[in-house]
Design a protein around this ligand. Structure first.
Ligand code: AMP
Ligand code: DBH
Length: 581
């Protein structure tokens, strides 16, 4: 095995890989090629809008190459892991494409992640660098960085987008090529050149020469069969897992998704959800938009206040939301006059969207709805644009690919009768065969023949559409944010006065589910607020902090002695129902 080969991931078996190539799913293209192709074929088209800043495809490509060079000079090499934790800013994309070009692997952290998550990702991925914003949403990430560098020995560099303080400024890495050949002004300008006619010929020559010099100065890139990045799993175990996705497999899902959603170069995609999340990244999301040569518009917040004006101003045609946000948008649009006429398609996914809400989308927002049921591990289902209104409102879609294998099984892994409810297992050309460096967990999360156990309970209609009926995994889906119960329980158990703890879902009108922690204490019982502060102090992301704490004398057990979470869920649902009445 060569030194540059990544250890700790499970490739597809050779016969499957051969088949996926023969069928044309895996085409030997990398995610860096995607942008380079667009820059070649439609250099002057608008690729990206972030506030007042705009990038053509060529400009985006040029800055990504400059950054690749800067990161290379900083010592980032092929297969190195780099935590990328950025809000919805243009730099997210220049950073990702730069890393893709180098063959270094972004590890996609979310802006909500804090010390506990980041140090865990650093350790698990042995990350060499962390690229982070200075501040976001009132939080200072440089403060966090000061804590993390001490706790993560692998971390050699912290690169900050914005005011870097004692760390490395991202802007300083926009490397110049050929030293004195080009002036710094030309190289660092981010001005939008607009249409072909407004770009003067000498500038064009300079840019082309610069691109080729940058290419020459860079080492060779990755193979398409290499792992391109590590995506996050919502998880159901004590520690979050990382998902290795290859250029080949991811690009297939992006291409096929763009085709299903009928994206083209006139599409304008509003990225309202966190850009690093798998849904807005690939289903078809920002990458699907870049692939078809459309325009990506970044929203800093997913609220109607931020997004509605952007939709009107930029002529947004498609966007993706989680169900609670879709509800907020529906309410806002029905209450105030908003110009949303350009919007053609609203995708909703990440958690179950109710059929009633689904039926309001067309009359209220004036666009079509697409339900999306996906997972960062792979499989993505879409309702199709030409499905009946009934199918679109009442199902979570059908798989992208004819090669997606779907099995619905009972508790003994036996296939249930068609149309019956069971556990969803899946295998296919863009579904992973194992988590990154998680051998023991992989034995449980995958069948011996490589099917991923999604943990979702589904029913399949004769036309292939899936209806998500429930969940078998020990996870709470907080309006699209996934919380692994065991992870939070372990943090609670670290408190000296906590004897036992169980985290369960409780119903919530807005988020669908919220988290309730049942806690058994010993000695001097702490107050709920103290426990919440304790969890915050352990550096846990905000969405994982329990929404409610219930003290209990002991946790109810099942016949085999496991914690009876069903009873706890019923207990809290009953209590909430009683107070709501
Ligand atoms: P993750 O594995 O963290 O990427 O989260 C994926 C999980 O989110 C799926 O396995 C489902 O449990 C849930 N999910 C995603 N989309 C939907 C949807 N449209 N309806 C219901 N659950 C969903
Ligand atoms: O919830 C998800 O992880 C998800 C939802 C919709 C996803 O990964 C996707 C589409 O690609």
């Amino acid at each position: 095995m060569s030194e540059l080969e990544l250890q700790g991931w499970t490739p597809w078996p050779e016969d499957f890989a051969r088949l996926y190539r023969e069928l044309g799913y895996w085409r030997g293209q990398t995610l860096a090629d995607l942008l380079a192709d667009r820059a070649r074929h439609q250099p002057q088209r608008l690729a990206l809008v972030c506030g007042e800043r705009r990038w053509t495809y060529r400009e985006l490509h040029r800055q990504s190459l400059q950054l690749a060079l800067g990161l290379h000079r900083l010592g980032i090499q092929r297969q190195d892991r780099v935590i990328v934790q950025l809000p919805n800013v243009a730099e997210f994309f220049t950073v990702c494409f730069a890393l893709f070009r180098l063959g270094a692997l972004p590890v996609f952290a979310l802006p909500a992640h804090r010390r506990a998550e980041i140090t865990h990702f650093c350790e698990l991925a042995q990350a060499k660098a962390w690229i982070v914003a200075d501040r976001d949403g009132g939080f200072d990430f440089r403060e966090l960085a000061r804590q993390v560098v001490n706790a993560a020995p692998s971390l050699q560099q912290v690169v900050v987008c914005g005011d870097a303080g004692e760390f490395i400024a991202l802007d300083s890495l926009l490397a110049t090529v050929g030293e004195s050949d080009f002036s710094r002004t030309v190289l660092s300008g981010t001005d939008f050149t607009g249409t072909a006619s407004s770009a003067t010929a000498p500038q064009e020559d300079t840019t082309l020469m610069e691109l080729s010099l940058a290419e020459q100065a860079l080492p060779s890139g990755p193979a398409a069969s290499d792992v391109a990045f590590l995506q996050l799993s919502g998880g159901s175990t004590g520690l979050p897992k990382l998902i290795p996705r290859t250029h080949d497999d991811y690009l297939y899902s992006v291409r096929a998704s763009a085709s299903i959603c009928e994206l083209d170069q006139h599409s304008v995609y509003l990225c309202a959800l966190p850009a690093a999340h798998n849904f807005p990244l690939s289903s078809p999301g920002t990458l699907g938009t870049f692939y078809t040569g459309g325009t990506v518009v970044l929203a800093r917040r997913p609220t109607p206040d931020d997004c509605f004006p952007l939709i009107a101003k930029e002529g947004v045609t498609v966007t993706a939301l989680v169900p609670p946000l879709a509800m907020v948008w529906l309410d806002a649009a029905s209450k105030r006059k908003s110009d949303l006429h350009s919007l053609q398609l609203l995708q909703v996914g990440g958690a179950r969207f109710s059929a009633e809400a689904a039926r309001r989308v067309k009359p209220v927002l004036g666009c079509r709805l697409q339900q999306v049921f996906g997972m960062a591990e792979g499989l993505v289902n879409y309702t199709r644009l030409d499905d009946t209104d009934d199918i679109i409102a009442s199902t979570q879609g059908r798989p992208i690919s004819p090669a997606d294998e779907i099995r619905v099984v009972d508790d003994e892994d036996q296939t249930v009768l068609p149309g019956e409810t069971g556990h969803l297992l899946t295998r296919g050309p863009y579904t992973i065969r194992g988590y990154f460096r998680a051998d023991e967990h992989n034995r449980r999360a995958f069948t011996a023949d490589g099917f991923y156990r999604t943990g979702d309970i589904v029913r399949q209609l004769p036309g292939g559409h899936l209806i998500v009926e429930g969940r078998a995994k020990d996870q709470i889906n907080r309006g699209g944010d996934k919380v692994a119960a065991e992870e939070v329980e372990n943090h609670l158990l670290a408190h000296p006065a906590v004897h036992d703890a169980a985290l369960v879902a409780m119903p919530d009108a807005f988020l669908g589910e919220k988290t309730c922690a049942f806690v058994v204490t010993r000695g001097d019982a702490p107050r709920a607020i103290e426990l919440l502060r304790f969890l915050q102090g352990r550096g846990l992301a905000g969405y994982k902090i329990p929404d409610r704490i219930e003290f209990i004398a002991q946790l109810p057990k099942t016949g085999v002695g496991k914690v009876n979470k069903r009873e706890l869920r019923e207990r809290i649902a009953h209590r909430l129902g009683a107070t709501a009445e």
